[in-house]
Design a protein around this ligand. Structure first.
Ligand code: ZN
Ligand code: ZN
Length: 245
């Protein structure tokens, strides 16, 4: 009964009109953001490094294989691809902080849609399971939800890939990475993750999901642990990424 369905939808839209997830303005279409907010989103688009996803300000940084100098130098890496949907700037920061700390969990829907587009190369290469960057139990109790786990569940619905929220755990509490820079960040997360159920990880192509990619110390540490537990490959997919330009 498509007509009935449409009728009900119209009533629902009248009672609860769709609103921009960012500013709350009533929307005329089925989009998630109003045109004004959408214009402010800085999507990461080509050219970027084929491996780590770092955008090239211009093509002078790229080699013939579209790799950045860093990826050319570091042959041995702990991931296959890294991709992020948007640049981490004032606008995306506001949306992500609301999602992470202010219970604005409905933002997960739009973020998952962005992840699905940004992860195109990863899905094309093939993947088996989605794993969130875990929170320590103490932090989880305080915040009541892990924003990365919410992203995994929503992306799992959109892609059909299995969500694994329990295999990778953070068994040591750490200070938030924002308090550190560079090598201190590497040290802060060293040895704090472990795989609880290696049988579920073994031979799997894993996509590691997080909200923001900054220096990559956290995902690198997670990836090391997953590969040591027998993962076939690890990709990293995040909503936003800190970019140099
Ligand atoms: Zn808006
Ligand atoms: Zn690169």
């Amino acid at each position: 009964m498509p007509r009935m369905k449409k009728f009900l939808k119209n009533i629902l839209n009248f009672l609860l009109p769709p609103r921009c997830v960012c500013c709350g303005k009533i929307l005329e279409s089925e989009d998630d953001l109003c045109p004004d907010c959408f214009r402010q989103v800085n999507f990461i688009s080509e050219p970027y490094c084929r491996r780590c996803g770092m955008p090239f300000a211009d093509m002078t940084g790229a080699n013939a294989d579209m790799l950045c100098p860093n990826c050319v130098k570091n042959k041995k890496n702990f991931f296959r691809f890294k991709r992020s949907a948007v640049k981490y700037d004032d606008f995306s920061k506001k949306m992500i902080l609301a999602f992470k700390f202010m219970d604005k969990t409905e933002n997960v829907k739009i973020f998952a849609k962005w992840l699905k587009v940004a992860g195109n190369d990863i899905f094309a290469a093939g993947a088996d399971i989605l794993v969130p960057v875990p929170l320590h139990y103490g932090r989880l109790v305080k915040r009541r939800y892990n924003q990365s786990a919410l992203l995994v569940l929503e992306l799992s619905k959109l892609t059909g890939l299995t969500a694994d929220l329990t295999s990778l755990v953070k068994f040591k509490s750490t200070k938030p990475q924002v308090h550190f820079s560079g090598q201190e960040r590497v040290k802060n997360v060293k040895g704090v993750f472990k795989v609880k159920t290696p049988a579920k990880i073994k031979g799997k192509r894993i996509i590691l999901i997080d909200d923001v990619l900054t220096t990559g110390s956290t995902v690198r540490e997670c990836s090391k642990v997953l590969l040591a537990a027998g993962a076939a490959s690890v990709d990293v997919l995040t909503v936003a990424r800190v970019c140099r330009d």
